[in-house]
Design a protein around this ligand. Structure first.
Ligand code: GCO
Length: 477
């Protein structure tokens, strides 16, 4: 599937949708409309998609069922002190058993696309070799249910749950990992490529590489081989793109990258240099080689020992779209004690924050969309955007998450501004459908449009779910 041609000029837009405020019993707030400004979504012109995103380890559970192998996260969670409250993904949202209910929920909310990831160890318990048919059958059921509900499946190959069996062989620090990933990609492509056309290779490689291998503060959790991992993951991306394209007719492939402005904690030359370096690692070490065929100059020399002739050409393969995840800016300070020369810094105290402590700055989404468009020249999908809030069930059994509505409203508006200014944005996915396992924060942080009552696994759509539903309804094709 090739993306539609370039975006038309504003004068040619064929839809303009003024979305008005209308509150229902469940507390739907006003839709994107500010001071009489008419919100225009260009989706009608080129099929703008409104979706939601999730990932396998964060929602599936069934960690020891039907032949699933272990992932690095299963092992990491068992180490004392790694995850808040000792939480694990063993049960998570029990989506493995409740996917039918979750798909029905999305259908009822009018969600148009669902981005999920396949758990590599569920389909290949040892990472390569023997196939687990029961694991493959789960994603058959999920995909078939989505299609029956008229929801487009967006399949991401890797959202951080590397098979532990491969970690035991060096994981991403082993150059063979590109071949392992190609084998896994081929299996997924052959099995689902008749029904799935939207594929993503990696979700936020810069995050799992930096935290998992750089700082060692998330799975697999031992600081080692950070730069080597960057290069091998890039090679694996290129190998998967070639594999997928060869096996899936009419495919549309993207990579998914977190984009965050990297700002100095203090206005000093040292912190400014640290912020620039963080930007190179965080925002560029994957998209630059994947889309431009080069590492940022500050990394180029350090990457040389891991490169073989032709590697950059293997990494830089033609792509159909750029997946952009945005939450907040990130701050850096100089740290001569660290091998990176930077440490993560604090945001100014006066900024509004989410329950994660992340500063709220919607205009940075607009800027990142414009920068990504200019730099990578691809259609963009906002593949994650969302907020953790301190959600509570009220006496009426509802969740009035006004802060989430405000956040989503401000960010969709910022996206619209970027589109107006020339960014070719084709879709938007909220992170996340459900409250879920938020990595080292366990279940203590809630990002869902739908509240999950973990003891009973009851799903309760929050006010934001109805808000989003209404936005989709008002602007859909
Ligand atoms: C990430 C992932 C998601 C997170 C989400 C909120 O960025 O860490 O893509 O798995 O849960 O971003 O932190």
């Amino acid at each position: 599937m090739t993306e539609a041609p370039a975006v038309p000029r504003p004068a040619q837009w064929c839809s303009s949708m003024a979305v008005t405020s209308s509150n229902s019993a469940v507390g739907i707030s006003s839709l994107p409309e500010q001071q009489g400004q008419q919100v225009v979504f260009r989706h009608r012109r080129h099929g703008f998609i409104w979706g939601v995103s999730t990932s396998s380890y964060q929602i599936e559970g069934a960690a020891h069922e039907d032949g699933r192998g272990e992932s690095v996260w299963d092992v990491y969670c068992r180490q004392p002190g790694t995850v808040a409250n000792g939480d694990t993904g063993d049960v998570a949202c029990d989506h493995y058993h409740r996917y039918g209910q979750d798909v029905a929920l999305m259908r009822d909310l009018g969600i148009q696309a669902y981005r999920f990831s396949v758990a590599w160890p569920r389909v290949l318990p040892q990472g390569v070799g023997a196939i687990n048919e029961a694991g493959l059958a789960f994603y058959d059921r999920l995909i078939d249910s989505l299609l029956a509900a008229n929801i487009e499946p967006w399949l991401c190959l890797f959202h951080w749950d590397l098979p532990q069996a491969l970690e035991n062989r060096g994981g991403w620090a082993n150059r063979d990992s590109a071949g392992w990933f190609a084998e896994y990609s081929a299996l997924v492509a052959r099995r689902y490529g008749d029904r799935v056309k939207r594929f993503a290779t990696f979700n936020e490689p810069s995050i799992f590489a930096l935290f998992g291998y750089g700082f060692g503060s998330s799975a697999p959790g031992v600081p080692r081989d950070y730069l080597k991992v960057i290069h091998h993951v890039n090679l694996a991306h290129g190998a998967a793109v070639d594999t997928l394209r060869a096996l899936v007719p009419a495919i549309s492939i993207g990579g998914i990258h977190n984009r965050q402005p990297c700002l100095p904690e203090h206005d000093t030359p040292e912190d400014q240099a640290a912020a620039q370096l963080l930007d190179d690692y965080w925002n560029r070490s994957f998209p630059d080689p994947q889309h431009l065929g080069s590492y940022p100059p500050s990394l180029a020399q350090a990457m040389e020992p891991f490169q073989q002739n032709g590697d950059l050409a293997r990494i830089c393969r033609p792509m159909d779209w750029f997946g952009l995840n945005y939450y907040s800016p990130v701050y850096a300070r100089a740290d001569t004690g660290s091998s990176f020369g930077f440490a993560l810094g604090d945001a100014p105290a006066d900024l509004p924050r989410t329950a994660m402590g992340w500063p709220i700055q919607p205009q940075a989404l607009r800027d990142e969309l414009l920068k990504a468009r200019q730099r990578y020249r691809l259609p963009i999908y906002v593949t994650e955007n969302g907020i953790a809030t301190d959600d509570k069930l009220n006496a009426a059994g509802r969740v009035q998450d006004q802060q989430r509505i405000d956040y989503l409203q401000a960010h969709t508006l910022a996206m619209h501004e970027a589109m107006t200014a020339g960014a070719d944005v084709r879709g938007y996915f909220v992170w996340s459908l459900l409250d879920n396992f938020e990595w080292t924060w366990g279940y203590s942080k809630r990002f869902g449009l739908v509240y999950v009552d973990y003891p009973t696994q009851r799903r309760i759509p929050k006010a934001s779910a109805y808000w989003y539903s209404k936005l989709i309804l008002a602007t859909r094709n």
